[in-house]
Ligand binder design. Structure first.
Ligand code: M7G
Length: 291
């Protein structure tokens, strides 16, 4: 990873969220596109108690009555920035991380069949190679928290790439073994045992590892996801800035289970609105259809 960072040649800033302090840079490495993201990490408990003693060189200081403020330098010993690299990055990655207006698509079952499904099937298989690497024990093997390789009901739970490792920002992902469930749209009562199995296992693991009760966890499914191999997002409820927990993208697992229990073919019959960037190929496909 060090080498990739050294070789990275910046082209432009894709996006910068000043609130979450998360920036995505587009550049190239050896003539191929690369995306590097930087995200300031939260302070660790040991840093918190030392913040004032590690503050120096205050600048732009102001004072009014009992209030004072300025900019300071903090000398921290620990790594304090979460860095991710995608290399080589595809056009789809660039469009995903580029700042853009987001739009709401109202996806009926018919539009799903006419536009969304063809888009999903057009995606190259190597886009989910990272998933197969995990399931086949080729990557991130030492990070696996739980695995059950039984094909029908099997799944793997591991830390999500987005997790900073703290309990307050807990972010795990559960990836199923079978590869015939692409998304929320594919789910019916045949999958209830699998969904409930993941839910119960997550609750048990969070309790064992962190003493976290189940009502401190948020389990949800993205629609649309970026990767169409079925997986479930698991975050701590205290992680209020978790990306992708917004309405129009996240569907709570409990609601999904309940909907299927009430109506077996709920997700084949329902209209599912979703939010998507206007440069995303799926949005463009919807625009083309309109014209
Ligand atoms: P998604 O809903 O398909 O996409 O979720 P999005 O949330 O990125 O829009 C996929 C989840 O898998 C995300 O939470 C990613 O952060 C996570 N993820 C993606 N990749 C490529 C990896 C990876 O290589 N390893 C791990 N552990 N997690 C990943």
């Amino acid at each position: 990873m060090d080498q990739l960072i050294e070789q990275f040649q910046l082209e432009r800033i894709l996006s910068h969220d000043p609130r979450t302090k998360h920036v995505y840079l587009l550049g190239h490495i050896n003539d191929q596109h690369a995306i590097v993201s930087f995200e300031k990490a939260r302070y660790s408990d040991s840093e918190l108690v030392e913040l004032t003693s590690r503050t120096s060189n205050l600048e732009d200081c102001n004072n009014n009555n009992i209030y004072s403020w300025g900019m300071g330098h903090l000398k921290l010993d620990k790594a304090n920035t979460h860095i991710k690299i995608i290399y080589p990055a595809t056009e789809l990655h660039i469009r995903k991380y580029e700042h853009q207006q987001r739009r709401m698509i109202i996806e009926t079952p018919l539009l799903y069949k006419q536009i969304t499904l063809p888009y999903i099937t057009s995606l190259p298989l190597d886009r989910i190679q990272w998933v197969y690497n995990i399931l086949q024990g080729k990557s991130e093997t030492d990070r696996i928290i739980y695995q059950d390789k039984e094909n029908e009901k099997g799944f793997v739970i591991l830390p999500d790439m987005k997790w900073d490792g703290t309990q307050e920002s807990l972010y795990w992902v559960a990836i199923i073994m079978r590869n015939d469930i692409q998304s929320l749209r594919s789910l019916n009562h045949h999958h209830l045992n699998l969904l409930k199995g993941i839910r119960d296992t997550v609750y048990q693991l969070a309790k064992e590892k962190y003493g976290m009760d189940k009502d401190l966890l948020r389990l949800f499914i993205h629609y649309q996801p970026s990767y169409y191999h079925f997986h479930i997002h698991i975050t701590a409820i205290s992680f209020v800035d978790a990306p992708g927990i917004v309405v129009g993208q996240a569907h709570l697992l409990d609601t999904v289970i309940d909907n299927i229990e009430l109506y077996n073919d709920y997700y084949q019959k329902a209209t599912l609105p979703f939010i998507i960037g206007e440069r995303h190929p799926l949005y463009l496909a919807y625009q083309e259809k309109k014209e």
